[in-house]
Design a protein around this ligand. Structure first.
Ligand SMILES: Nc1ncnc2c1ncn2[C@@H]1O[C@H](COP(=O)(O)OP(=O)(O)OP(=O)(O)O)[C@@H](O)[C@H]1O
Length: 309
């Protein structure tokens, strides 16, 4: 067993009524990582997380969690905390009472763990407030506390930032980073909005239509965001596109009358003056770096067949 590997999946698939919603998912999460699982709604993130958490079974494939091979009988997931979907809790009770119920159900002897966990998530000062009066951010914190109470080494959080206001997003990110840094907890976190996980994930897996289409470290993700050139004009767009292609530029796309050249390594230095010499009415010509969100959109479009002109 490799002690630095928290999770390894090999060719996991899931079929619902004959429809493949997970297609050969193979991924490894190492100790200490904050692994961000990104994909649009319906990409298969929750399905994959439920299988890893043990609340659903894969149709085929293998999975090893903290050194233990998982099969239908082994749910050796005691060192794992899970928050998938809205945490279910008793609205008429306080956060402390809700946690106490979980402590008893999990047979945790140490009574002080309730207060300690509430402190970690910043809910130690809400006193006798009933959970049904909690804001969404507070509920998410309580969900995290429920997942944390058994001192897990690995936390699975499905869309923990979904619906939070900007301050709630920052607080949740800070909390995740703190738990990772100070307690060495490894995270698997999903989101359908890439920017929500930007600055917190150390590695990303991008899912699209049940497939894992890319795996990137945070640094690789930044590198993937390629520079491009935008051209705005008041002229015959197709003529300009043909001209660019005649210069050997293949990755030329058009959207809202704007031309984008993605393969800038092939762009001749004097391209702008060439366009002007051709008497094209160019109104703007500039170089930009692709944002992480744009990269995600490009990647999922490429996986779906691309949109090059
Ligand atoms: N219990 C189920 N029975 C049938 N189909 C299901 C079931 N659960 C999920 N699916 C289907 O599996 C696909 C993946 O859904 P999943 O919830 O895993 O996606 P997701 O990426 O988590 O999306 P979201 O961000 O909306 O939660 C969808 O097409 C969904 O309709």
């Amino acid at each position: 067993m490799d002690k630095d590997i928290i999770l390894r999946t090999l060719n996991l698939t899931k079929d619902y009524n004959g429809q493949k919603v997970l297609k050969e998912i193979s991924l490894t999460i190492e100790k200490g990582e904050i692994f961000g699982l990104i994909g649009e709604n319906g990409a298969g993130k929750s399905t994959l997380m439920r299988i890893i958490a043990g609340s659903s079974r894969a149709t085929t494939g293998e999975m090893v969690i903290m050194g233990a091979t998982q099969n239908r009988h082994s749910h050796s997931r005691k060192q794992m905390g899970v928050m998938i979907e809205q945490p279910s809790c008793y609205g008429d009770m306080t956060a402390a009472d809700n946690l106490e119920i979980i402590r008893l159900a999990k047979k945790i002897d140490n009574k002080s763990v309730v207060g300690e966990t509430l402190k970690i998530v910043g809910l130690d000062d809400v006193g006798s407030k009933r959970v049904r009066k909690f804001s969404l951010g507070m509920r998410q914190r309580l969900g995290l506390a429920m997942a944390l109470i058994s001192s897990p080494k690995f936390l699975i959080l499905d869309e923990p930032i979904n619906g939070l206001d900007p301050k709630g997003i920052i607080d949740m990110r800070d909390l995740i980073r703190k738990l990772n840094r100070e307690r060495g907890i490894t995270f698997l976190i999903s989101s359908h909005i890439l920017t929500e996980l930007h600055q917190v994930a150390t590695r990303y897996g991008i899912m699209h239509q049940g497939k894992l289409i890319a795996l990137h470290s945070a640094e690789e993700m930044e590198r993937q965001c390629k520079p491009f050139i935008k051209i705005k004009h008041e002229d015959n767009m197709l003529e300009i596109v043909d001209f660019l292609k005649s210069k050997g530029l293949t990755q030329v796309t058009v959207e809202n009358d704007e031309i984008t050249i993605s393969d800038i390594s092939n762009v001749p230095k004097e391209l702008l003056s060439m366009l002007v010499r051709m008497n094209y009415q160019i109104t703007e010509y500039y170089r930009q770096q692709e944002s992480i969100e744009d990269y995600f959109v490009r990647l999922t479009q490429d996986a779906a067949g691309g949109n090059n002109v």
